[in-house]
Ligand binder design. Structure first.
Ligand code: SF4
Ligand code: SF4
Length: 58
């Protein structure tokens, strides 16, 4: 399980990148990458000003 980014909403502000406790998020140009280190903690979901992050509930 990992967080998912909605690229239609994302503003690429970088707030989620800074808040992730395991540095799982990378912002490159206008794309957000979430790698396998994600522990589904929800910090990025909570910090995002436009609710572009969601937890993957499998
Ligand atoms: S905090 Fe939200 S808007 Fe900002 S880069 Fe992350 S997903 Fe995008
Ligand atoms: S859910 Fe937590 S661990 Fe996963 S990308 Fe967001 S802040 Fe990082």
């Amino acid at each position: 399980m990992s967080a998912k980014n909605n690229s239609n909403k994302c503003l690429y502000c970088g707030a989620c990148v800074g808040v992730c406790p395991v540095s799982a998020i990378t912002l490159k140009d206008t794309r957000i990458f979430i790698n396998e280190k994600c522990i589904n903690c929800g910090a990025c979901v909570n910090i995002c000003p436009v609710s572009a992050m969601k937890l993957d509930k499998k």
